[in-house]
Design a protein around this ligand. Structure first.
Ligand SMILES: [Zn+2]
Length: 712
């Protein structure tokens, strides 16, 4: 009998699993209104077509914005994904002192989605690193087609805002994919060789096969030899290495188009956009270190800087690049001690740990036992020369690192995106270098040792033979170069050379990084008003206003006009951050342009007199619910605050009042001195007659919420 019951249960159980599976996959398909495939790269044209179709198919949860144009006039788009029917912003309730006006190009009125925590995801800042564009499109698909069927996705799209910018560098991507000319930089209409002609000598499809691949030719000064194992591969010799083999030079297909004796010296190539951001663009001696004439001189970077400035709700930011299969968290332009220790803990122990788990790499021992950091520091002091690692208690692992060279104490570059987004804007910004064949291709052989690199190249070429019918690699064929003579043209088609191979490998990369950003979205703060009440303490049927004046020591109170019926009302509200992280990075509220969280009591200002508690009260930065592992809460000024203090003018003219308040100046706002993830606030007001009241809590990165009050 028992056995029979069990059997029946088992059957029912199996049936439920089956139908649940069919149900979810069926509805997921039904809500995927714009089909997408990852069997080849979308390029600029395909990407624009896709995001326009998505914006059209999902008007309730998306909005397509053109944020600027490239040098060649191609639009740069951001697809905003958020429930467009929810959300509110503070300028709906409070007149801004510097009003945002419709028609003023740079400062449009705020949109409801700006009142939700924002998450920036972008790709193709380097035009030939478009794996990130594909991950952006995959992410868009997951968000829009998961909305309504996937519980977590629905929650995020309702409560947060995703800003997906699949192509930061339209011209670089267009040239790399549509034209087949690999281009990392943006494009510029610039006469590089000073001959009066613009962009007249770029790469050329010498043999007219529709691809710009490679030309190899015998050259006693060359640094390449043909691989012994797979003669299709060219092996670059190590520095000072000697060989008896025939030496080759390998160049892109190219000829001298303008007869000046040089090849490819005046192409469309402009500047490296990830060196044009305003953070760390200058050298310490004050000379230019980054690219471009000045920070944000490239229209593409200008557009992004402007977008961030107008969307102060962005707390998470991801900049996709290729390749390597690892993530850079800040900093790259400055030593790691510029990071606040709390942010280090959040970056490494929360985000980094998850990232390593997703990509399948070993998590550092110290991250598994953050309570024992002191011991790890001691141990590291004995064996490491890296002072930054010793201070932290661990070396950064391969998969989660900073680009700053800690061992040599040397910066990686100038004017980089994620440093700017973190340091000046206050976002948890990272740069992920996507694509590592050994991790992203299922059952790909693993190599170690001195020949690992060439062995991996051989394996990748073989994989291409088997899975893609050899179509991604052009066999070498004899070619007579107009200037260099005899040689051969062939090699990897550039667009497949250092990006995730289309199909299964690309899908693996997409899924892992979608999962990681989904995890990061789950860390966002979430401000809610959990309770708000307005209680009448006292009602007077006839009241008068009073005028107070002071002459010397004499204070006189004169009876004013009759006010009629009024009430003394106590308003209380409980505000909580139900999200995991605080509403700002550690130095967030100290950064220029950032502010602490605020709560307003809003009603008809002619009918309300504030007796206790100013009309807005400052709440500080509301902490999240997650304990930050490895962070002991050392208070004090972070590096940015110290920097800012240094920038303040040193000279104060004699007789200049140090503290003054202008006549009629407003009362200093009430500062709520509570910490943690919860604030309890109170106002005492006198209300004439009846007026509706609203409690509005507004956090730049934690969201804006409103609660209507009934005076009881
Ligand atoms: Zn890059």
């Amino acid at each position: 009998m028992k056995f029979q019951t069990f059997k029946v249960c088992g059957l029912v159980f199996a049936f439920l699993i089956g139908s649940a599976f069919l149900g979810s996959s069926g509805s997921a398909l039904a809500s995927q209104k714009v089909p997408i495939s990852f069997n080849d790269y979308h390029g600029y044209t395909g990407t624009v077509k896709y995001i326009k179709s998505v914006a059209k198919a999902y008007p309730n949860i998306t909005k397509l914005i053109e944020i600027g144009k490239s040098n060649m006039g191609r639009p740069i788009y951001v697809l905003v994904i958020s429930n467009m029917k929810t959300g509110t912003t503070i300028d709906t309730f409070v007149k801004l002192r510097n009003k945002r006006k419709e028609g003023v190009k740079n400062v449009p009125p705020m949109k409801p989605y700006q009142g939700k925590p924002g998450h920036w995801i972008c790709g193709s800042t380097h035009g030939n690193e478009y794996t990130g564009t594909e991950v952006c499109l995959y992410t868009i698909d997951k968000l829009v087609s998961g909305y309504g069927s996937d519980k977590e996705v629905t929650r995020l799209v309702d409560g947060q805002t995703f800003y997906v910018c699949p192509v930061v560098n339209p011209d670089g991507l267009y040239n790399s994919i549509e034209k087949g000319i690999s281009q990392r930089q943006n494009s510029m209409k610039k006469d590089d060789d000073g001959d009066g002609k613009v962009n007249e000598d770029g790469y050329d499809d010498l043999n007219g096969d529709g691809h710009i691949t490679w030309f190899r030719y015998k050259d006693p000064k060359g640094r390449y030899v043909i691989d012994d194992v797979d003669p299709r591969l060219m092996v670059r010799l190590r520095r000072n290495a000697k060989t008896d083999k025939q030496l080759y030079s390998v160049i892109r297909e190219d000829r001298d188009n303008d007869g000046d004796g040089e090849r490819g010296e005046d192409s469309e190539r402009g500047i490296d956009l990830n060196r044009n951001f305003p953070e760390g663009w200058w050298k310490t001696d004050g000379m230019a270190g980054g690219r471009g004439n000045y920070p944000t001189s490239a229209p593409e970077i200008h557009a992004i800087a402007e977008f961030f400035t107008n969307n102060t709700n962005i707390l998470m930011a991801q900049n996709y690049h290729t390749s390597g299969g690892f993530t850079y968290r800040p900093m790259g332009t400055a030593p790691p001690n510029q990071l606040h220790p709390k942010d280090v803990a959040i970056f490494d122990m929360i985000m980094g740990k998850k990232y390593l788990e997703i990509i399948g790499e070993e998590v550092p021992e110290a991250w598994k036992a953050p309570g024992s950091l002191a011991r790890f520091k001691e141990e590291l002091e004995k064996k490491s020369k890296n002072k930054y690692a010793i201070a932290r208690g661990y070396e950064l692992p391969r998969g989660w690192r900073a680009s700053y060279n800690e061992a040599r104490d040397r910066r990686y570059g100038y004017g980089m995106a994620s440093d700017w987004m973190y340091m000046q804007f206050g976002a948890y910004a990272i740069t992920t270098e996507l694509w590592n064949p050994q991790k992203d291709i299922k059952d790909f052989p693993q190599f170690t040792g001195p020949d690992a690199r060439i062995e991996a190249q051989r394996a990748l070429l073989k994989y291409q033979d088997e899975k893609y019918g050899g179509k991604l690699f052009i066999p070498w064929k004899k070619f007579e170069h107009p200037e260099l003579g005899e040689g051969e043209i062939g090699g990897w088609i550039p667009k497949y050379r250092s990006n995730a191979l289309p199909g299964e490998p690309l899908l693996n990369v997409c899924e892992k990084h979608w999962q990681f950003e989904l995890f990061r979205a789950g860390l966002q703060p979430e401000i809610v008003i959990t309770d708000a009440k307005a209680r009448v303490l006292y009602t007077a049927n006839k009241a008068n206003s009073a005028v107070v004046s002071q002459k010397g020591d004499l204070v006189s109170i004169k009876k004013g006009k009759s006010k009629g019926k009024y009430k003394i009302v106590e308003v209380t509200a409980v505000i909580e951050n139900k999200g995991k992280l605080a509403t700002h990075v550690a130095r967030g509220a100290q950064l220029a342009g950032n502010r602490e969280d605020i709560v307003w009591l809003i009603g008809d200002r002619d009918k309300i007199t504030h007796l206790q508690g100013t009309k807005f009260q400052k709440l500080g930065v509301i902490e999240g619910t997650q304990k930050i592992p490895g962070y002991t809460g050392r208070p004090g000024a972070g590096p940015a605050e110290q920097r800012r203090m240094q920038r303040m003018p040193r000279f104060i003219p004699p007789g200049y009042p140090m503290f003054f308040r202008m006549r009629g100046a407003r009362l200093e706002p009430t500062q709520v001195k509570q910490t943690g993830p919860k604030r309890e606030v109170r106002w005492l007001i006198a209300v004439e007659g009846n007026t509706p009241l609203k409690v509005v809590v507004t956090s730049q990165k934690g969201g804006t919420k409103v609660k209507n009050l009934l005076i009881q």
